[in-house]
Design a binder for this molecule. Structure first.
Ligand code: SAM
Ligand code: SF4
Length: 327
């Protein structure tokens, strides 16, 4: 069985958020103000997540990414990953801020995790602190070290670039990729921040990042799958490491999107920028059968929006911000 939308796109990629909680407060994601986390009973239980994962596997989902909030703050995430592994997802990965990674890396690996993305928005500890509002720089670096010394290597290291904040570090990040052999990915800032500070002027276009790195260390494009969000490059001089550019704002890849999301409170989202989400939790708790869930998921996916419309006049960001969606 496969999942398709009305534009003929096959959906093979699922992001499951296991918590809306986070131990960081990145300026482009959460607010500095206290937030009301959802009560624990509003968040899907592991049993409910297991059931959904199995249904989605049956519907042709091949790539599953565990995310949040910060997935490592929810107890039991390794066991969940191990159950996803046992179910047989061909591609099983996680996105984390890295704070708890050094001490959990071995357990994640043993659970069956094979790929990991780690957020790192500055190589300067003081700036890292301003962006994440934490003092976790060295913990994250240790997390990256742990991954690089394990079978999870190479780590994908994600930086969201914000003009005037960390865009002066493009070359430093590229050098980091070369020295450490990581896949350094630059993500354009999207209008999903809790403080609603996003503006087009704050977006650092992927094309600019490419030009700057290419001028210093010529890049060679690596072929990519159509549905992949990143344009990938290696260094022409044969240095280790890789560069990934994710141009969600300036060169949207919606036409090839193969992705859906389940939020921590059990809502199905067909686009990061969906105006509405669809209540799987209600069905799960109302006695729906697997067949009922399959029928519902199919009908929701069929209505997946054509694109995100960030670049259209009158664009309104979704009410849910990134930490409550799951990136
Ligand atoms: N807490 C984990 C982390 O930070 O890696 C996982 C969840 S986080 C929401 C997932 C990804 O979304 C991270 O790579 C983060 O940098 C990215 N992200 C958050 N807010 C964003 C925004 N406004 N624009 C672009 N990417 C964003
Ligand atoms: Fe937390 Fe990740 Fe959002 Fe940063 S980007 S506040 S680490 S969820």
């Amino acid at each position: 069985m496969t999942l398709h939308d009305s534009f003929g796109r096959q959906i093979t990629d699922l992001r499951m958020s296991v918590t809306d909680r986070c131990n960081f407060r990145c300026v482009y994601c959460r607010s500095a103000d206290p937030e009301n986390y959802r009560d624990h009973d509003e968040i899907l239980s592991w049993l409910e997540l297991d059931r959904l994962a199995k249904i989605f596997l049956g519907l042709g989902i091949r790539k599953i990414r565990v995310t949040g909030g910060e997935p490592l703050v929810r107890e039991g995430v390794e066991e969940f990953i191990s159950r996803l592994h046992a179910l047989g997802f061909p591609d099983l990965s996680m996105t984390t801020n890295g704070h708890l990674l050094a001490e959990r890396c071995d357990r994640l690996l043993a659970a069956g995790l094979r790929r990991i993305n780690i957020s790192l928005d500055s190589l300067d500890p003081a700036k890292f602190e301003r962006i994440t509002r934490t003092q976790s720089f060295s913990k994250v670096m240790h997390g990256i070290d742990a991954v690089q010394n394990s079978r999870l290597a190479p780590a994908k290291v994600n930086a969201v670039l914000v003009r005037g904040l960390n865009d002066d570090e493009v070359e430093a990040f590229a050098q980091f990729a070369r020295i450490r052999g990581v896949i350094m990915r630059f993500i354009e800032f999207m209008p999903l921040d809790a403080d609603r500070h996003w503006s087009r002027e704050l977006v650092v276009p992927a094309a600019e990042v490419y030009e700057r790195i290419h001028a210093r260390w010529p890049l060679v494009q690596i072929p990519h799958e159509r549905s992949e969000t990143a344009r990938k490059y290696r260094f022409a001089d044969g240095a280790p490491g890789e560069i990934g550019l994710i141009a969600s704002v300036t060169q949207p890849f919606c036409g090839f999107c193969s992705r859906i999301r389940v939020t921590a409170d059990g809502k199905l989202r067909t686009c990061l920028f969906s105006k509405e989400d669809h209540d799987l939790r209600f069905l799960l708790r109302d006695g729906a059968s697997d067949n009922d869930l399959v029928t519902y998921i199919r009908s929701v996916v069929n209505e997946k929006e054509e694109g995100h419309r960030i670049n259209e006049p009158g664009f309104v960001p979704p009410s849910r911000t990134m930490v409550f969606i799951g990136g």
